[in-house]
Design a protein around this ligand. Structure first.
Ligand SMILES: [Zn+2]
Length: 332
């Protein structure tokens, strides 16, 4: 069955297709992109999430979708984690927001001189998602009061004077200016989302070798290049080398079980730079997750930590791979 449906995240009119049974829906939303919702219980739970948080999640899902993730699932079980990750990956400053909006516009242009109509049905929702706008008015503000006045967007044709209430064309066409192309080029050099490196912070010890192997395989499965200090050849002072690797990484994986100071240092360094972190912790047989978490040094209650029992592909590896997909997406 295929029917019109209000997206439970952004309230846009979306298309819903039932999958398997009536409890699983595939949603094709103009703002969120395509995703699969597992269970009616999730829909009732989403009612308790604030609209602001739902829109952040909507934007996060769209970014994952645009970066090539075509199988995005949300279930009751992982909703909290999804929300935390969405909040952690939203733009942390105004310039970051403007960069993401410009980059989203750039993606729609077949060539440098092409024009875009940001308010067309096709582009409006996409750009609202990519700029984390709460509504259409906010998107108009970013386009007209910010990007246009900052000199990054120019109306095309320049003397466009279609008569409208505001004195502006209702569906204006814009071009990116040379300043915008230069800005995008410079900003991208600093843009971590293009990195294919994943730094693995783990104690160098035989005891953690199997955990390392499981993490390394998961990182590679997701299309990233695992970096670990002792596996690389380097002649620089090791701490400088580690710091540089973390700076260049798309994300880091930190294995916290050993309570190793080096691992905590690397965790803290990545946290300070807003680099996505996947933390994992081993629990003993029969131990509850809560008991295992007591062994973590500082207050990481707000941090989603993977708890695993077996340092192998099926347990630790699978959990890390899923987390990578949810946090930064698989690289194609
Ligand atoms: Zn939506």
């Amino acid at each position: 069955m295929d029917n019109k449906f209000q997206c439970p995240l952004c309230h846009s009119l979306a298309r819903k297709t039932d999958k398997f049974d009536s409890e699983v829906f595939e949603i094709d939303c103009p703002r969120c992109g395509k995703y699969t919702l597992w269970g009616n219980s999730l829909i009732s739970r989403l009612v308790t999430v604030t609209d602001e948080d739902k829109l952040i999640l909507s934007s996060h899902l769209r970014e994952l979708y645009e970066s090539g993730n075509k199988n995005i699932d949300i279930s009751n079980k992982d909703l909290d984690e999804r929300l935390k990750q969405a909040k952690a990956s939203k733009p942390s400053s105004f310039s970051e927001k403007m960069f993401r909006l410009l980059r989203a516009i750039e993606k729609k242009l077949p060539s440098a001189g092409s024009t875009i109509s940001p308010y067309s049905d096709e582009n409006r929702y996409y750009l609202m998602a990519m700029s984390y706008s709460k509504d259409y008015t906010e998107l108009c503000y970013y386009v007209e009061e910010c990007l246009e006045k900052m000199g990054y967007l120019k109306l095309f044709p320049e003397n466009n004077s279609s008569p409208t209430i505001t004195g502006r064309p209702t569906s204006p066409e814009y071009r990116l200016t040379p300043e915008a192309w230069k800005y995008l080029e410079e900003y991208k050099l600093k843009d971590r989302t293009r990195s294919d490196k994943a730094f693995i912070a783990i104690k160098f010890d035989e005891e953690y070798e199997s955990a390392y192997n499981a993490i390394e395989a998961a990182v590679e499965d997701a299309g990233y290049k695992p970096i670990r200090a002792d596996k690389e050849h380097h002649s620089e002072y090791i701490m400088d080398w580690i710091i540089n690797q973390i700076k260049e990484a798309r994300f880091i994986v930190a294995e916290l079980t050993s309570k190793n100071l080096g691992v905590y240092y690397e965790f803290g360094y990545a946290k300070a730079l807003d680099i996505p972190i996947i933390a994992c912790l081993k629990k003993n047989k029969g131990e509850s997750d809560e008991e295992a978490l007591k062994s973590v040094h500082f207050d990481l209650k707000q941090f989603p930590i993977i708890i695993y029992e077996n340092a192998d592909k099926n347990d630790l590896g699978e959990k890390v791979l899923n987390r990578i997909k949810n946090l930064v997406g698989k690289r194609e």
